[in-house]
Design a protein around this ligand. Structure first.
Ligand code: SF4
Ligand code: SF4
Length: 254
């Protein structure tokens, strides 16, 4: 099987293509708003936190948001739900983000104040370290991706680039999200479910619809995201444990 994204990033850190960077460090990069990074790619991941922020910003229902802007996939390595921005297709076959807008001879992001984390962070990115003793993702490490666009005449401190205040909530979410993935891995193998021939497609669909609904839908946008996410995380583990027990009781092997 091909390597997962995490494995590819670790390889690139090893060979020096991607560099680790601390939040207090500076890096040089100037975006010239060419819009290239918002076209012809369909890998802008939307986390529950991204969707919460976008819904608040756009002031639309989550149903409308999901219908218009979201593509749903199942991770080929993890069996986890992967939501991405649904790109629009132009007549010439090229695709572009639904939030990309032309402005004079430049391109701007129509949701700049609430854009997804991967867009905020670029050219930075992040990873979590798993502590085997506490079984928690206790630390976040930042990386500087190779830059092949824009200019090199602006110096930025990483923490400012990451929008310091928003980043605190984002970091707390990211650690909890990774802990949740670990908790789920311990009770159930989602990847086996994805590949299983013993579970019907209707049952898989129901499972993933429930998964999606627990983790992403019906948040109260006036209340704390983190508190609601914690409740959702616990509910998801409960749902998946229940599903796993049901398969055991019915002697169904994945
Ligand atoms: S959300 Fe904004 S920055 Fe991100 S891909 Fe779309 S237009 Fe570009
Ligand atoms: S300069 Fe780079 S980051 Fe800025 S819009 Fe162009 S491709 Fe995207």
């Amino acid at each position: 099987m091909s390597k997962s994204n995490t494995e590819k990033v670790l390889d690139e850190i090893e060979n020096g293509t991607i560099k680790k960077i601390k939040k207090e460090d500076n890096f040089t990069f100037g975006c010239d708003s060419c819009g290239k990074c918002c076209r012809n790619r369909e890998d802008i991941i939307l986390s529950p936190h991204d969707i919460f922020r976008l819904l608040k910003h756009l002031n639309i229902s989550d149903k409308e948001f999901m219908d218009k802007y979201v593509a749903f996939n199942i991770g080929p390595h993890s069996g986890w739900t992967i939501l991405t921005l649904k790109y629009k297709q132009k007549f010439d076959g090229s695709t572009f983000c639904p939030f990309l807008k032309a402005h004079e001879d430049k391109f701007i992001c129509n949701v700049h104040a609430a854009k997804p984390y991967v867009c905020v962070a670029y050219p930075l990115g992040r990873m979590t370290k798993f502590d085997v003793e506490t079984k928690k993702h206790s630390e976040i490490e930042y990386i500087l991706q190779p830059i092949d666009c824009g200019t090199k005449d602006e110096e930025h401190k990483a923490i400012d680039w990451l929008r310091n205040e928003e980043n605190e909530e984002s970091e707390a979410f990211f650690k909890r999200y990774n802990d949740l993935m670990q908790e789920v891995r311990e009770v159930f193998d989602l990847n086996k479910l994805r590949e299983s021939k013993n579970i019907g497609e209707d049952s898989k669909r129901l499972f993933y619809t429930t998964f999606l609904s627990i983790l992403y839908l019906n948040y109260d946008l006036e209340k704390s995201f983190l508190e609601q996410f914690e409740e959702r995380a616990q509910e998801l583990v409960k749902m998946i444990s229940g599903f796993s027990s049901l398969l055991t009781t019915q002697k169904i092997k994945l």
